[in-house]
Design a protein around this ligand. Structure first.
Ligand code: PEP
Ligand code: MG
Length: 865
């Protein structure tokens, strides 16, 4: 952070803060062993940073040393965890092994006591690695900064750490609040208290339930405390403080919150508590003081109680009963006596999984078929089996070896790049699990779908979604993933509502509970009243009528009330979808993602193969226009023929049109094929991920010389996708060299907000209605108009009804949407008036947040429900 950035705190809070020091605190590794990134820890509470942020280590020794100078605040009574507090206020949690609370202290010897001061390298706890390895889930030990509301670990170490000497991570210490400063509470704010909750969990409130509570509490502005009958209370947002309460089984606790969102906080924590460890009589919330009578101040963008907010992954609203996807527990023996037998079992399991995939592929629809094919290619990757065999040769069991090989492979993929249409690493995990289940004779537990179910999962592998009975699945919601994950793309193509990026407390919903999944707004309503359900049903009936109505007019143009034509095209990836798009009334195809045609192959497509696909599509389209996007590989789409170059950050690396430099042959074959379509179709060419004017000039040059080579006289239009801030900022210049623009709002949002589009945690912040994204679109339209170029939008934003009036108001003239949305978006456009949309857009670009933009649209057009 820059020095000026550091001083900003001082300017804002000159009276209540004093600067004590500006420095970096180094925390040293407490153990020796390979470092494991938190995301790879096989425990969602730690992997999702619910208990704090830091690192993990797979220990090679058994002595836990203090990572810093500080005070022992508490050694857990089960001796498997210790918390420390530095003089600067950093709270550190060291949790030895996973699920070790169940060992009841067995195998741990504590060498310090509560309140004792320790120096870096002092021995805290010794443990018996054999006992833990045999009796607990894992030896992986996590070291976390628990009060991440104030401090953040940075510069995490990678590789092999040495206890007490390897700097593990750094915490920047900035200005510190003056002693005794506590949050100033407005006494008029409502205070809400829950009914008593009896802790039923065997081990009381240990790290996992404490993390679940703290993670939930941090979503609220109110001060939230957990109070024991003795009156002892702890800040519910601090894992360390909660552990300090030493809450045991049978204890009765209350949740007390004060602040604008106190009621919602108490409800959410109550739900988290009941799920994680407790039981409560379903009494209404108690308001101990009359202040509850005071109306809760309205907070812009704040949800009603009983609402969990994630991000829209696929639009639509569904009512259904919760069905949870629970991953089966697999017990893996590490060692095996007969290596030959293990090898044989491994090959049998791989072969059986291959036949399963082939059988499923034979029955699957096209987009699902592509995923299954991708999985088969992963399965056949010789590296995986070779790596597993290496481990078997060292005496490991086939399942242990396979798991280790798959994890190494996933890790490698994750370090190579960020996303992958829901993560190629996620695909590896998906395939690897199938083999592992075979090896360990575990039956995957598919959820019981009854009537209309809403599937709740931490993560939903595409293969599982494909294998479910779609007639019984009303929609799904996941904690991980975002709007552009693979499974979200599949959901949109199926027209199935979906929400991603929910808080982890969603996993605590009771099986069978009736809930509302609002895929359009990215919400789960966990406690809908019967009136609410009736209202939604009524809206749905109305929508069904509308859908039928909309279909009747879907083949007519979409013209606003004041006579502006907006082209409504569809996005497709394969020829079959072109036929579907025509059926649904699309005016054309605004985006053909050509890489999808050839993603899951070992060899790049030939010119003839390109041509055959394009002719199939133009054949289906008749005289409707087609925009062919040139191969957009790289980033999250890496077929085997892609240049195998190590990139630390592939989203910022060789992606999209940059491929034409690295593999000119791939672009050449594709462009030749496109030119050969000739008069057999109406088509334009579009370049993805453009960031430099020279890229367009160069490609136009290539296109011209190929046309000469082929004797083609009329060159097709050449446009660009506006996906980078550079393309938006320089739109006026690009307009001089490109024939049209299409905004790739998925990538544009990723790059404007600097949030990885596949990020498992930040996904919920990835909102294309962010005013910064709207401003980028506005700049683009302005630049385009200087050269009379038209601007379309082909990212997911175009399919979002809340975004449509804004885009129309910003001056966009084409929307390329997901196929099922064509009739609805056309009908919506017909209801709009350009003048009002312009005013709305002018207001929106002046707002501060995406939430405010959404509120604005909601007020202007009541988007139901
Ligand atoms: C986009 O980025 O918005 C887009 C349409 O391209 P893709 O999602 O294929 O990257
Ligand atoms: Mg893109």
């Amino acid at each position: 952070m820059s020095p000026s950035g550091r001083n900003s705190g001082l300017r804002i809070f000159p009276l209540i803060k004093k600067v004590t020091s500006l420095m970096d605190l180094i925390f040293y590794s407490p153990l020796s062993g390979p470092v494991v990134p938190l995301a790879d820890v096989p425990d969602p509470v730690f992997a999702q940073r619910m208990a704090g942020d830091g690192l993990a280590i797979d220990p090679l020794d058994n002595r836990v040393l203090s990572p810093c100078l500080g005070k022992v605040t508490q050694v857990h009574r089960k001796r498997h965890a210790v918390t420390l507090l530095t003089d600067e206020g950093v709270e550190i949690l060291i949790h030895i092994g996973l699920e070790t609370v169940n060992l009841d202290g067995e195998g741990f010897q504590v060498r310090v006591s509560d309140g004792q001061r320790v120096s870096k390298g002092d021995l805290l706890i010794e443990f018996d690695a054999d006992v833990i390895a045999r009796k607990a889930k894992s030896l992986i030990t996590v070291v976390l900064v628990a009060n991440t509301d104030r401090f953040h670990p940075t510069n995490p170490f990678q590789g092999l750490a040495e206890a007490g000497t390897t700097p593990f991570f750094i915490v920047h210490i900035e200005d510190q609040p003056a002693e005794g400063v506590t949050p100033l509470l407005d006494p008029d704010l409502p205070e809400v208290e829950s009914a008593p909750i009896v802790v039923e969990a065997e081990a009381g409130i240990h790290a996992r339930p404490a993390a679940a509570l703290a993670d939930t509490a941090r979503h609220f502005k109110s001060v939230v405390e957990i109070v024991k009958p003795s009156g002892k209370a702890a800040n519910a947002k601090s894992v360390v403080a909660l552990l300090g309460l030493e809450i045991e089984r049978g204890d009765s606790i209350r949740i007390v919150a004060r602040g604008a969102d106190a009621r919602e906080a108490v409800e959410a924590l109550g739900l988290a508590a009941r799920t994680a460890f407790g039981r409560t009589e379903e009494k209404p919330l108690v308001a101990p003081v009359e202040k509850i009578a005071a109306p809760t101040p309205a907070v812009v963008g704040h949800e009603e109680p009983g609402v969990l907010r994630g991000v829209s992954a696929s639009p639509g609203v569904a009512i259904g009963r919760v069905a949870k996807l629970v991953r089966p527990v697999v017990h893996v023996e590490e060692f095996a006596a007969d290596s030959a037998l293990e090898r044989k079992q491994l090959h049998e399991a791989v072969a059986a999984t291959r036949s399963d995939l082939e059988a499923e592929h034979a029955e699957a629809g096209e987009s699902q078929g592509e995923i299954l094919l991708a999985h088969r290619i992963i399965l056949d990757d010789p590296l995986l089996v070779t790596e597993a065999e290496k481990w078997i040769g060292q005496g490991k069991s086939a399942s242990w070896a396979w798991q280790a090989a798959a994890r190494a492979c996933e890790k490698q993929i994750r370090s190579l790049k960020s996303g992958l249409l829901a993560g190629r690493a996620a695909d590896i995990e998906d395939v690897a699990l199938r083999v592992l289940w075979r090896l360990t004779s575990v039956e995957p537990q598919l959820p019981e779908l009854t009537g209309q179910s809403i599937l709740i999962a931490e993560d939903l592998p595409p293969s599982v979604l494909i294998s479910l009975d779609r007639t019984r699945l009303a929609g799904f919601a996941t904690v991980r993933g975002g709007p552009t994950s693979h499974v979200a793309i599949v959901a949109r193509s199926m027209g199935m509502p979906a929400v991603a990026g929910l808080p982890a407390v969603a996993l605590a919903l009771a099986e069978g509970a009736e809930i509302v999944l609002n895929g359009s707004d990215g919400l789960l309503e966990t406690k809908p009243t019967s009136e609410r359900l009736e209202k939604i049903r009524a809206v749905r009936r109305h929508r069904e009528v509308l859908f039928v109505e909309n279909q009747k007019t879907a083949h007519q143009p979409a013209v606003t009330r004041d006579g502006t034509r907006i082209e409504i095209a569809a996005n497709i990836g394969v020829a079959a979808e072109a036929r579907e798009a025509v059926k649904m009334g699309a005016d054309g195809i605004g985006l053909l993602r050509t890489e999808f045609l050839f993603l899951d192959r070992a060899e790049p497509p030939t010119e003839e193969e390109h041509l055959a696909e394009y002719l199939a599509i133009t054949g289906a389209l008749g005289d409707r226009p087609l925009i062919i996007r040139t191969l957009d590989l790289g980033g999250d789409k890496l077929p085997p023929y892609f240049p195998q170059i190590h990139e630390d950050n592939p989203s910022l690396g060789i992606r999209g049109v940059r491929l034409s430099q690295e593999r000119p042959d791939l672009y050449r074959d594709q462009l030749r094929a496109i030119l050969r379509i000739g008069s057999r179709g109406r088509y334009r060419i579009m370049l993805p991920l453009v960031s430099g004017i020279e890229e367009v000039r160069e490609l136009r040059g290539v296109l011209t010389s190929l046309a000469e080579e082929l004797g083609v006289s009329a060159l097709p239009e050449l446009g660009i996708m506006v996906e980078t801030p550079a393309a938006a900022m320089l739109a006026d210049r690009f307009a001089a060299v490109a024939d049209f623009f299409s905004i790739g709002s998925n990538d544009l949002t990723q790059y404007i907000l600097a949030i990885d589009r596949g990020h498992p945690i930040l996904g919920r912040k990835l909102d294309s209605l962010h005013p910064a994204v709207l401003r980028a679109i506005s700049v683009t339209v302005e630049g385009a108009s200087l050269h009379q170029r038209w601007v379309g939008v082909c990212g997911a934003m175009a399919s979002e009804p809340a975004a449509v009036p804004l885009l129309v108001g910003l001056g966009v003239s084409e929307l390329s949407v997901s196929i099922p949305m064509v009739p609805e978006i056309k009908a919506q456009v017909r209801s709009l008036d350009l003048g009002s949309c312009r005013k709305l857009a002018e207001k929106a670009v002046e707002l501060d947040t995406a939430t405010e933009v959404r509120e604005l649209v909601k007020e202007a057009f009541s988007v139901e429900p």
